[in-house]
Design a protein around this ligand. Structure first.
Ligand SMILES: Nc1ncnc2c1ncn2[C@@H]1O[C@H](COP(=O)(O)OP(=O)(O)OP(=O)(O)O)[C@@H](O)[C@H]1O
Ligand SMILES: [Mg+2]
Length: 318
């Protein structure tokens, strides 16, 4: 085992060419704009931020599904694009929001969970059957669902199947993109507790994307707050959630206190609209919505201020 973090991003950028309207000219949209991050083995790093801040785009780059436009991603100390594709899919697995769309409706649970083993040529048919039984047990599914199809299962059960499939080939890292937000509130906690115990039992590392700061509070060791493609604050979860330094983090936390938790999106506490990513504000990107904004914020992008184990990108971060 090396000393390098399991995952490290340096100045990672991703742009998309988009056209506004049928005849508009193509423009470049900066979905991820210079992200630097690292995730240590066994840690849970939560990625939070409003819709459109670039979380999924970053996750897709970490999975090797989308190449960065610039910057480097190191997996276990090695540039991601130099890691063999098969090795990468063995070691890094996704868990998506909607298990229904990621599970083949025509396959049985047994085949879905065994599929990665087949692809990677692991075990005999008999060994795979035993492994599937173990995996179903591990994720808390009864043996009777083995021959069921996804539509015969509940949402929570489907997400358990997706997790079992992700674990089939013993990955090191799970990239979970809103893994519980499509589920009933009552089921969400069960799935989060499952992820928590799997992490402890199997020594897994997670990148966890969530809108829900209660989820983040429950799961994360570190929290990275994204706004318009940039990490505006990052640090130990305890600190980011209890003593936030960036006004955006504070606004997110305040909006989370609104009475309707089913709303999902933080909104009421944040005044002003999320900016147009094709036309980002000059200076500090958060300035049009920031209660602390002054001239310098409108003029100059803030530098990163580190303090102990955390950092924030704000002219006024304490
Ligand atoms: N394939 C694509 N082509 C063009 N633009 C894209 C593409 N994928 C993402 N974007 C844009 O990049 C920005 C970031 O999107 P992304 O999906 O990463 O955000 P997100 O933080 O995951 O949002 P959400 O919370 O809604 O899932 C958005 O402005 C989005 O419209
Ligand atoms: Mg997303």
């Amino acid at each position: 085992m090396t000393k390098a973090p399991l995952l490290a991003c340096r100045d990672v950028v991703r742009t998309f060419a988009v056209r506004r309207g049928l005849f508009g000219r193509k423009r470049s949209l900066l979905a991820v704009d210079g992200v630097t991050l690292s995730v240590e083995r066994g840690q849970v790093l939560a990625l939070v931020g409003e819709s459109g801040s670039g979380k999924t785009t970053l996750a897709r780059m970490l999975l090797g599904l989308v190449p960065p436009s610039a910057g480097t991603i190191l997996f276990d100390g090695e540039p991601l694009d130099a890691v063999d594709r098969r090795v990468l899919t063995r070691r890094v697995q996704p868990v998506f929001q909607d298990p229904y769309s990621s599970l083949n409706p025509r396959r049985t649970v047994a085949r879905i969970v065994a599929f990665p083993l087949e692809i990677h040529g692991i075990g005999t048919a008999d060994e795979r059957r035993r492994r599937v039984a173990d995996l179903l047990d591990m994720v808390g599914l009864p043996a009777r669902v083995t021959h069921s199809h996804p539509h015969q299962l509940s949402g929570g059960q489907r997400q358990r199947v997706a997790i079992a499939r992700a674990l089939a080939i013993n990955p090191d890292l799970l990239i979970c993109d809103e893994p519980t937000s499509a589920l009933d509130i009552s089921v969400q906690a069960q799935i989060l507790n499952l992820l928590q115990s799997l992490r402890a039992d199997l020594g897994l590392t997670y990148v966890l994307i969530s809108h829900d700061l209660a989820v983040v509070d429950h799961m994360a060791d570190r929290v990275a707050v994204m706004y318009l493609g940039r990490i505006v604050e990052e640090g130990p979860a305890e600190r980011v959630l209890r003593a936030p330094r960036h006004p955006y983090t504070r606004a997110l936390l305040a909006s989370e206190l609104t009475p309707d938790p089913t709303l999902g999106l933080p909104d009421p506490g944040l005044s002003g609209e999320f900016p147009d990513p094709l036309d980002p504000p000059a200076g500090c990107r958060f300035h049009p919505r920031c209660p602390m904004a002054s001239d310098v914020c409108r003029r100059e992008p803030p530098a990163v201020r580190t303090d102990g184990d955390g950092r924030a990108e704000c002219h006024f971060a304490a």
